[in-house]
Design a protein around this ligand. Structure first.
Ligand code: ARG
Length: 407
């Protein structure tokens, strides 16, 4: 058993209890690592408060790392380029933050000469998979511990445990939702949501409360697949995402209500709010329609599905995911241009214009007006040869009965 453990610490009940529990039950030393991936620390709390809680729980040290820029420039940027939406819907909010956290856990484990890392996930979710597979991909020698999978405590037991050890937690015995957030959005689980027939409650939403009157219009500028400016104001990606979360979210855009397939075989009903993520992916995909050659676009669409599944499944640092990254990056060389977004009514986004210096869209070829440059006569031979096989087959095997069914 490890002597020193680096724990992915959030400041919540479970990870706070985990510090003391691992010390008591496993006799280890615990170093906490709090990775800032853009989670909104509740208003009256600061990272200093959270750090103090880790120390009160018995941690040897609590390191806070600001990973917002890294999360945006590397992880969110790749997700945008991949138009990444698991099962066609979920933009991988939690799935994207885990490999960022894992990388810092491993780095701190090395720094503190630890033999293990730990996380506070239960046995029912995807996040345990992402922490463990991710750690083993970067550091196959490190052990991964999952105290919450071992301790068999209910939430009420954990609250009692925290009281007993005088760990200053803010949670109550009844917790309504389980919420995970970062700059890419918020994931909401548990409570009333577990009935898939019940309409989603309003209260857990924070980013998508309607405060602006529709329509709200803005223009996004992309360079090589990555968004770089809103309405001609250039920003770092982390800031651009935050600005767009506020502007798009204020129109009520960005909510998802879905039943998804977890890696561990469970179907779960989830709510998400991720206005910037959904708007950026929608706009990026629209720009690609202007610039990507047809076969490339179609092949990319197939690989996007695989990429999203791999990232959802905790395979960020896997050879297949990294090989697909290289393909996707190559496709993005000319994904440069602008997209106009109009948030029309609560929850509704329409793309109303796009332009690119790299566009394959050719007005002369597309127009039905006098400016037409397309050589219509070429189509005659093309269509004849294209359909030749079917025509030969019909001659030889007998044409299908062309009479429509009488109604
Ligand atoms: N179902 C989502 C995923 O697997 C979100 C998980 C969020 N975690 C949480 N504790 N609420 O990526």
């Amino acid at each position: 058993m490890a002597k020193r453990v680096v724990l992915a610490y959030s400041g919540g009940l479970d990870t706070s209890v985990a510090v003391r529990w691992m010390i008591e039950e496993w006799g280890v030393e615990v170093v906490c690592v709090l990775v800032d991936v853009g989670q909104d620390v509740e208003s009256s709390e600061s990272f200093e408060d959270i750090k103090a809680r880790a120390m009160a729980a018995g941690a040897l040290e609590c390191v806070v790392v600001d990973a917002r820029r890294e999360m945006a420039e590397e992880f969110c940027a790749k997700a945008i380029m991949a138009n990444a939406r698991y099962e066609g819907k979920y933009p991988l909010v939690s799935a994207l933050s885990r490999p960022v956290i894992v990388r810092h856990l491993v780095a701190q484990a090395r720094k503190f000469h630890a033999q293990a890392v730990a996380h506070g996930c239960t046995g029912k979710g995807n996040d345990q998979v992402r922490f463990e597979v991710g750690t083993h991909a970067l550091a196959p020698d490190l052990e991964v511990l999952a105290p919450a999978r071992n301790w068999g405590m209910t939430r009420a037991d954990s609250v009692d445990y925290a009281e007993k050890w005088e760990i200053p937690i803010r949670a109550s015995k009844e917790k309504i939702y389980s919420i995970d957030e970062n700059l890419w959005g918020r994931a909401i689980e548990c409570g009333a949501i577990e009935d898939p027939w019940a309409p989603p409650p309003d209260e857990p939403y924070t980013l998508t409360r309607v405060t602006a009157s529709a329509p709200v219009e803005l223009t996004l500028r992309f360079a090589a697949g990555v968004p770089r400016a809103i309405d001609d104001v250039e920003m770092e990606l982390a800031e651009l995402i935050a600005v767009l979360n506020a502007r798009a979210g204020s129109t009520g855009y960005g909510r998802l209500d879905m039943v998804e397939n977890r890696r561990v075989g469970i179907k779960s009903r989830e709510l998400y709010e991720c206005p910037a993520a959904l708007a950026l992916i929608t706009a990026h995909a629209d720009l690609e329609d202007m610039v990507l050659e047809r076969d490339l676009a179609h092949e990319k669409a197939r690989l996007e599905i695989r990429w999203s599944e791999l990232v959802y499944d905790g395979m960020w640092f896997s050879p297949l995911k990294e090989a697909i990254d290289v393909f996707i990056e190559e496709t993005q060389r000319h994904v440069t241009g602008e997209v106009r977004l109009r948030f029309e009514a609560p929850g509704l986004l329409r793309i109303v214009g796009r332009r690119s210096p790299k566009a394959l869209y050719d007005y002369g070829l597309a127009t039905y007006d006098a400016a037409d440059t397309f050589r219509h006569s070429d189509s005659e031979g093309f269509v004849r040869i294209y359909g030749l096989g079917v025509k030969t087959w019909a001659h030889r095997q007998g044409a299908k009965n062309a009479t429509p069914p009488s109604s």
